[in-house]
Design a protein around this ligand. Structure first.
Ligand code: HEM
Length: 510
């Protein structure tokens, strides 16, 4: 970058006509003479303000990253004045109150330490770097490229979203974290930072398939399957997804109709059936699939071949997520591909659901936090009736609602994460199934409220795909995914209660 020239305000004032137009934004000088005709907001507004300090006007209409994108227009800075709104360093954590979980704003925590801060910063930098690609990919309905997937595998990012376990041994992860020191709170951060990419279809396109599709292999696959499949997926060479839901069976998993019949020699299953809304299915190589055998519900790893057909389903986010309709037409699968015990699939699915729902909570709560932070910033910089929005009590009340609801679910999730750290996979499924279901129910209700308040705060911008409300628009269009996928709110609430009833002491009386 060439050294910037130093100008006085008087000098800038001299460049105040179309074709010779300079402006000041936050103590820096921009030459917009030729840019004016290309300006998305039109030449007129720029020419009218030429020669002036437009900092307030600018921040009332643009996100800060516009300045980074158009840095080439910057020709100098003002003598003896310092910028008030410097662009944050890549990966920097927020300083906005409640913009991060409290530990990352300098408060004490029994769960986090310095390695978590290092890890969060490294992950934030990686996902911030993907924001532009994510937007383009979503607009084009294109899933994240195979190349990006491999890069994320190489950087250890994919492994971080699978969580602690023997597969982490010897890996060096973002932030220099060793695989052996990686814990469930690092994993929580990994999901939170992925969600902050701000383009939900792309975020799910990167990760939703393997986060929920690989655990049945990790916890129920034979040694041979694990040795072959796990390194391929973690390194980004191959992709996997979880195929449970069908057009006629969603939260009521017991009703699935996909069948797996043994061949006469007993060595294979022949699978027939359809699956619907399977995230990452359009590009997956492996499908952790719920089927019905003569012994009951069973999980089976199906490998893509010509008898597996996947079609994209157009959803309200973007086909970048690879949401699919899958047809299994006489697919031959070796019996060695059973995950867990034949007939014991419901238990494998339930154990998986517990972790899946915890992950959905991590992602949706991080998105709610991000949207709350966006709203807080907007309320400070947007002026109406000559005053910042934040000076209106009704607006402060909206922020108070968003923050207080969000902090409650986040702190509950930290507690449950700590419990999970001290349980094995199946204990977790039995003892935490209900609490995690209730957390998911509450987290998506909070997301609903956060979205609603944020839309009112951002007004028309919350329904506009570009500009200041871009992330709020994406959130209000997509938060419902979390309220439906992995078990609907109604089922979550009821499951939570029914699980509590199972351990309700007979002796308890008022
Ligand atoms: C270096 C200076 C500037 C650059 C690089 C710039 C760039 C941009 C860009 C990229 C957009 C589209 C935003 C989006 O949809 O994401 C935009 C919109 C706009 N800009 Fe600028 N701009 C600059 C200065 C200004 C100034 C000084 C004004 C005057 C108030 C202004 C007024 C507007 C307006 C009214 C819009 C449309 C906003 C909307 O649709 O809500 N811009 N500008």
């Amino acid at each position: 970058m060439p050294e910037l020239s130093i100008y006085s305000r008087e000098e800038v004032k001299k460049h105040s006509v179309p074709g010779d137009a300079w402006i000041i934004i936050d103590a820096e000088v921009y030459n917009v003479s030729t840019f004016a005709d290309l300006h998305p907001g039109g030449a007129q507004v720029l020419n009218e303000l030429a020669g002036k300090d437009v900092t307030e006007d600018f921040y009332g209409l643009h996100r800060q990253d516009v300045l980074a994108k158009y840095a080439r227009l910057k020709i100098g800075r003002l003598a003896n004045e310092e910028p008030q709104y410097p662009l944050p360093e890549p990966g920097a954590l927020s300083k906005v109150p409640y913009g991060e979980p409290s530990f990352f704003l300098g408060y004490k925590s029994p769960y986090y330490n310095e390695s978590h801060t290092r890890f969060r910063k490294a992950m934030r930098k990686i996902f911030e770097g993907l924001q532009e690609e994510a937007r383009l990919s979503e607009d084009a309905n294109k899933p994240p490229s195979a190349e990006l997937y491999r890069q994320l595998g190489e950087a250890g990012v994919l492994a971080t979203q699978i969580g602690p376990g023997p597969w982490m041994k010897g890996l060096t992860l973002p932030g220099g974290i060793k695989g052996e020191e990686f814990d469930l709170f690092h994993e929580l951060i990994a999901h939170q930072e992925n969600a902050r990419v701000g383009s939900p279809g792309f975020a799910d396109g990167i990760s939703s398939g393997y986060i929920i599709g690989l655990p049945p292999v990790l916890h129920g696959g034979s040694d041979e399957l694990q040795a072959r499949v796990v390194p391929q997926v973690i390194s980004g060479q191959k992709r996997i997804c979880l195929a449970i839901t069908e057009p006629t069976a969603g939260s009521d998993v017991q009703n699935i109709r996909t069948t797996a019949k043994r061949t006469p020699d007993g060595k294979h299953f022949i699978v027939n059936g359809v699956k619907k809304w399977i995230t990452n299915g359009t590009f997956a190589d492996y499908f952790s699939t719920a089927v019905k055998t003569e012994k009951g519900i069973t999980m089976l790893l199906i490998e893509r071949d010509d008898n597996v057909e996947t079609k994209a389903i157009k959803t309200s986010y973007s086909s970048a997520a690879g949401t699919s309709y899958i047809t299994f037409d006489n697919v031959k699968v070796p019996v060695e591909n059973v995950l867990g015990e034949e007939g014991n699939g419901f238990m494998v699915i339930m154990a998986n659901f517990c972790k899946e729902r915890w992950y959905i909570c991590a992602a949706i709560n991080a998105s709610s936090r991000f949207i709350t932070e966006e709203s807080f910033k907007w309320c400070n910089q947007r002026k109406v009736f000559g005053k910042p929005l934040i000076s209106q009590p009704v607006i402060r009340n909206k922020l108070a609602n968003m923050i207080s609801e969000l902090e409650a679910v986040e702190n509950w999730q930290e507690n449950l994460t700590y419990q999970m750290m001290h349980m094995d996979w199946f204990e977790m499924a039995t003892r935490l199934l209900g609490s995690v279901a209730l957390l998911k129910y509450r987290s998506t209700r909070v997301a609903h409220n956060v979205s609603d308040e944020a839309c009112q705060v951002f007004g028309g911008r919350s329904i506009t795909k570009t500009g200041m409300g871009r992330y709020v628009e994406a959130f209000q269009r997509t938060y419902k995914f979390a309220a439906i996928l992995g078990g609907s709110e109604e089922i979550m609430a009821d499951l939570g209660l029914r699980q509590a009833m199972r351990v309700f002491p007979k002796s308890a009386r008022l």
